[in-house]
Every structure is written in C-alpha cells, then in structure tokens.
Ligand binder design. Structure first.
Ligand code: TMP
Ligand code: MG
Length: 210
C-alpha cells in the first residue's frame, strides 16, 4: 500500500541591501516555522564557518586580497557546496531559509564591473528558490539604522550600485517585495504571510538563468 507522501520543504531566500533587516527576519522566520510545527534550517551565504567561506570572510575583513573573478567563484562555490544539504533537507520536508543567495553574488559582482555574461552563469544549476523575499528599504530608513559596517564591500558607493542592479534581476514569478521600512514585528508578519502562501505541490526546480 502506498504511504502518504510528506510535503516537501521549501527553499526561501532573503535578498536585499545591507541594513534592510534580512538577517534578523531570516532568523525570526526559522523560529516561527519551528514554533508552527514544521522543521526549518537557516543558511547564511557566505557561510563564514566553512573552509571556502573562511577565505571569503578573510577577504571581507581586509585580511587578504583576492582577484575579483576568484572571489566571485568562491561565493558561487560556497553555495554549490551547500547544494546537497539543501536538496536533502527539502526532500525530508525541512524548509531551508537562506540569508542571501546568488542574487547577491550577481549584483555585487556586476556592481564591481565584472563581465555580465560570465557573472550570470556561475550559479546556474543551483536549487531554484521557491520564493525570493526582496527586502526594500528606503535610503532614509537605512541611514537611520546607522552607518555601514567596516567590511570591504560596505561602502555607500557600492551599495548604491547594488541597489540599482538587484531590482533588475527580479523575476515576478517567484520574487515578492517586502516593505522593510516597517517595524520588525510588522515585517515578520508580512514575511510569514508570504511564507504561508507558498506552493509546494511541484518538485524543487533547478536554477537555469539569472
Ligand atoms: P553578509 O554581510 O550578509 O555576511 O555578506 C557579506 C558581504 O558579501 C556583503 O557585502 C555582500 C557580499 N556578497 C557578495 O559580494 N557576493 C555574494 O555572493 C554574497 C552571498 C555576498
Ligand atoms: Mg554585511
């Protein structure tokens, strides 16, 4: 007799500029999913604890220098090294919540002037997100949340460029805007509403174009 198929997990990606509240809200979503009786894991990209992520971390903190193409590939490699984990969790019904994904990879590298065609292919083949929660924060609110940190890419100039590029990657089929100007509780509510509307009836797809 066939056993009832369990619902698969979902791949949920948070994207947006620095200071938009992604990390806080990604954490809150995982807690909320678990409290609601499902299983979920949080995955930040870059994963600074992994060997590849550690190299990226050292670059970001200014400890080492690196060719920009090599850095771009390390960010992509960091994600591919999590591909198996993501697929296994999703097959087992566990939601995977990512704090950044390939859209940060493409946006930051384009903002630095790397060649567009090349930048857009290195993440092809990754699991495709079921939803990209695109955090949109107004410059005034972002400024009120304090200045950028001390890391290498946290300059107003680069952020402004990334802010122009990231929306051009938007695919309305699975990107949803989140008004990140709201209070943390209001944003959490908006995110959870979008989460509840996820459709898990189709298998996880492969990312073919970015
Ligand atoms: P974080 O602040 O979310 O830890 O991200 C670290 C920095 O790395 C941030 O400035 C965005 C940047 N970044 C890239 O340039 N490419 C990528 O693929 C990712 C995931 C992040
Ligand atoms: Mg940061």
């Amino acid at each position: 007799m066939a056993t009832e198929q369990e619902e698969r997990g979902a791949l949920i990606v948070f994207e947006g500029l620095d200071r938009s509240g992604k990390s806080t809200q990604a954490k809150r979503l995982v807690e909320k999913i678990i409290n609601s009786g499902r299983m979920a894991v949080l995955q930040a990209f870059p994963d600074r604890q992994s060997p590849v992520g550690e190299m990226i971390d050292r670059y970001l903190r200014g400890e080492i220098d690196m060719d920009e193409h090599a850095l771009h590939l390390l960010f992509s490699a960091d994600r591919f090294l999590k591909k198996k984990m993501i697929k296994q969790h999703i097959a087992q019904g566990v939601d995977v919540v990512c704090d950044r994904y390939c859209y940060s990879g493409v946006s930051y590298s384009l903002a630095k002037g790397l060649p567009e065609e090349w930048v857009r292919v290195t993440d092809q083949g990754l699991p495709k997100p079921d939803i990209v929660l695109f955090f949109q924060v107004s410059p005034e609110v972002a400024a009120a949340r304090g200045g950028f940190g001390n890391e290498r890419l946290e300059t107003a100039e680069l952020q402004a460029k990334v802010g122009k590029i990231m929306p051009t990657l938007r695919d309305d089929a699975f990107w949803k805007s989140v008004n990140a100007d709201g209070t943390p509780d209001a944003v959490e509510k908006e995110v959870f509403q979008l989460y509840k509307e996820l459709d898990r009836s189709q298998p996880l797809e492969v990312l073919e174009k970015i």
